[in-house]
Design a protein around this ligand. Structure first.
Ligand code: 5GP
Length: 121
């Protein structure tokens, strides 16, 4: 699937629509999900134009890959849910239609702030 420049996260990255920002650096943007499923529900997206995790794994640079993984930890720390402070969370990426992905720009969901329960309910 080719990247759709009009997807909602592309618009957020271009600041055409607002978000409740948590963190931003050269590689990632993180903001709160508009429809939270847990007490804390954040999204972490790469700044590059990648539709999903497979696209990212195949085409992102090593720097972008490190930036995204490190970014997830930075955001978790900012939210107070990382293992460094004795907490924990779920990081989840839906991949394409069969994986339940709705927005076609790679994103990780971070769920936390409470026991997040079974992986598939
Ligand atoms: P997916 O199903 O693609 O893995 O998740 C997409 C997520 O994006 C959903 O959890 C949905 O609530 C969130 N979302 C959709 N539109 C917006 C938006 O305009 N702003 C924010 N902050 N989140 C959004």
């Amino acid at each position: 699937m080719s990247y759709d420049d009009n997807n909602i996260f592309a618009k957020i990255l271009r600041e055409e629509i607002p978000c409740n920002k948590i963190y931003e650096d050269k590689f990632i943007l993180s903001f709160y999900d508009i429809n939270p499923q847990k007490k804390i529900h954040a999204l972490v997206i790469p700044k590059g134009k990648y539709t999903d995790l497979d696209d990212f794994s195949l085409n992102a640079s090593p720097e972008e890959m490190v930036g995204l993984l490190k970014g997830i930890n930075i955001v978790a720390k900012k939210l107070g849910i990382s293992t460094e402070v004795g907490m924990g969370y779920r990081a989840l990426a839906n991949i394409s239609e069969d994986g339940g992905q709705e927005v076609p720009h790679l994103h990780f969901h971070l769920f936390g702030g409470e026991k997040v329960g079974k992986m598939v309910e």
